[in-house]
Design a protein around this ligand. Structure first.
Ligand SMILES: [Zn+2]
Ligand SMILES: [Zn+2]
Ligand SMILES: [Zn+2]
Length: 149
C-alpha cells in the first residue's frame, strides 16, 4: 500500500466508524503513515511541537488501535510504540529488529514463527491466536562504528 492509499483507507475507516476527522486524528495518522519506525506517544508529542496534549494523543492512539488502523508493540521499554496496520486486504504481518546500541527499530517481512508452529505440538493442546517476535542485536551502521556507542 502506498502512503496515499493508506491515508485514504484511514479516512474511510474513520468515516465508517462514525468518527469525525478531528485534527488530532488527522495529524497522528499522517505522522505515523510517514514514519519509518514505530513511534511512541512521547515521540508524537515532540514531533507535533506540543500542539496536541499528551492525554489526547494517548486517547487517540487507543482509539485508532481499537479500529485496527494501528498496531502497537512493546519493545521492552515499558511503553507502546505505534505504527500503521498493514491494511484491510493485506493479512501479512511483520516483525522487528531492534538495535541495542542506537535504539533503531527496523521491520522485517516474513515469519519463521508460523512455520515453526505447524511443526510443533504445544503443551496442553494450547491454541495459538497471535504472536510477537522482536530480535535484538546490532544494526549495520553500529557494527561499522563501534566507537559511537
Ligand atoms: Zn544501531
Ligand atoms: Zn513494524
Ligand atoms: Zn510472525
Amino acid at each position: 500500500m502506498t502512503k496515499d492509499e493508506r491515508l485514504q483507507w484511514f479516512e474511510a475507516t474513520l468515516e465508517q466508524a462514525g468518527l469525525r476527522r478531528t485534527l488530532p486524528r488527522r495529524v497522528l495518522l499522517r505522522l505515523l503513515a510517514a514514519s519509518e519506525t514505530p513511534l511512541s506517544a512521547q515521540d508524537i508529542y515532540e514531533q507535533t511541537g506540543s500542539d496536541i496534549n499528551l492525554v489526547t494523543i494517548y486517547r487517540t492512539l487507543n482509539e485508532l488501535t481499537r479500529l485496527e488502523l494501528l498496531i502497537r508493540t512493546e519493545f521492552g521499554e515499558g511503553f507502546y510504540r505505534y505504527e500503521p496496520a498493514p491494511g484491510p486486504s493485506d493479512t501479512a504481518h511483520h516483525h522487528h529488529l531492534v538495535c541495542d546500541s542506537c535504539g533503531s527499530i527496523a521491520d522485517f517481512e516474513g515469519c519463521m514463527v508460523e512455520e515453526m508452529l505447524t511443526q510443533t505440538v504445544l503443551p496442553n493442546n494450547f491454541q495459538v491466536a497471535s504472536h510477537t517476535l522482536t530480535l535484538h542485536g546490532t544494526c549495520e551502521r553500529c557494527q561499522t562504528q563501534p566507537s559511537s556507542k
